[in-house]
Ligand binder design. Structure first.
Ligand code: GRF
Length: 221
């Protein structure tokens, strides 16, 4: 049997990605154990999910610290004390300091609700709709010191429809987030991830069939 990796999940809000990770672990489809959930927001609904599923969780409120570095050190200490191997940012609305990345080199994942490198930053579903993009999606990547810039592990593509709003697109993307985040963590748990420069390779990974998508669909060509 595969050894379970110990993960720490950083959250700030609803925690639906956290819920998906919990569900995949409980369903024995993800060989991981959540050693600690840390929320910087005492009101985060994610904390109620932890209670319900008996997942260890703490609040570390960033407002109680003078500097970003002090807050980060406290988070790092908690993660280390809980013996966390992989840090999973799941809707965590804080930027981490360089010291944090040095402490967990290539061991921090993030999920972003757009097809990076398009639309980094905030409110990206709204930006994709306003831009008139025909496809969007989500990206799981290793986090680095930039904003949404680290090596990409997996992406999922969804269509953007002409009558989409930021909300309808966000829902479509979120359903895919809930599938690709557990998959990325499982690749890590299986020791299949290799990183070469910006490229992430999945050892013995399956290759996607060479097939293009079109939106709107081609009618004649
Ligand atoms: C997700 O869209 C995620 O991609 C972004 O923040 C949102 C968090 O959702 N970083 P949840 O808290 O997991 O429900």
């Amino acid at each position: 049997m595969l050894k379970k990796i110990g993960i720490g999940v950083l959250v700030s809000g609803s925690g639906s990605n956290l819920q998906s990770i919990i569900d995949h672990i409980e369903g024995k489809r993800l060989d991981a154990e959540i050693r600690m959930v840390i929320s910087n927001n005492p009101e985060a609904f994610a904390l109620q999910r932890c209670c319900k599923h008996r997942v260890p969780a703490v609040v570390i409120d960033h407002r109680e610290f003078h500097t970003r570095e002090d807050f980060d050190r406290c988070v790092m200490a908690k993660l280390r004390a809980a013996d966390v191997e992989l840090v999973v940012m799941a809707g965590f609305m804080r930027i981490l300091s360089p010291e944090f990345f040095r402490a967990f080199p290539r061991r921090i994942m993030n999920i972003h609700p757009a097809l990076l490198p398009s639309f980094p930053g905030m409110h990206v579903q709204k930006k994709a709709v306003e831009y008139g993009a025909k496809f969007s999606g989500c990206t799981v990547h290793f986090a680095d010191e930039g904003v949404d810039t680290g090596p990409i592990i997996i992406q999922s593509v969804v269509p953007v429809y002409e009558d989409d709003t930021a909300d309808t697109l966000a829902k479509r993307i979120l359903r895919e987030e809930h599938r690709i985040y557990p998959q990325a963590i499982q690749y890590y748990a299986e020791g299949k991830i290799e990183i070469e420069g910006r490229t992430v390779r999945i050892r013995n990974g399956r290759r996607l069939a060479e097939k293009a998508l079109h939106n709107p669909p081609l009618t004649r060509f």
